[in-house]
Design a binder for this molecule. Structure first.
Ligand SMILES: [Fe+2]
Length: 135
């Protein structure tokens, strides 16, 4: 199964939607690296995990910049969600054992991505609607 930006997740803001696609690509790559792990080793997993972490940081920062510039009233709650999300992502990735990821790691990531999907469907979409009125 691959994560993708389905029509119900489109925020209407081009940059945000583009970055969400790339973010899902990064998640898919990480999950792929889990199943490739036996062949490719931990290096590929580490690489995909580092890329996802840095991409999430970058994307959340971009979204927050847009919110600050436009004076979005939900900035504080949105920012809180982002911070908590990054913290949990780090925790989950840090739990991947040296000998490679297992089913538990995989399921934690899936649960975490579902939380992001809910976030996109609610907070990010509200932001997208708002940005259309000010840009
Ligand atoms: Fe967001």
């Amino acid at each position: 199964m691959k994560y993708e930006v389905t029509p119900d997740l489109i925020t209407g803001h081009d940059m945000i939607d583009r970055e969400h696609r790339q973010l899902f690509d990064a998640v898919n790559q990480l999950l792929d690296s889990f199943s490739d792990n036996k062949k490719a080793g931990k290096e590929q997993v580490n690489h995909a995990a580092a890329f996802l972490t840095s991409y999430v940081d970058k994307h959340f920062a971009h979204e927050e910049e847009l919110q600050k510039k436009s004076g979005w009233r939900e900035f504080e709650t949105h920012h809180k969600f982002h911070e908590e999300y990054k913290r949990q992502l780090k925790e989950i990735l840090d739990r991947i054992p040296e000998e490679g990821p297992g089913i538990q790691n995989m399921s934690e990531i899936n649960v975490h991505v579902v939380r992001l999907i809910t976030h996109i469907r609610t907070m990010d979409k509200r932001l997208g609607v708002f940005l259309k009125t000010v840009e």
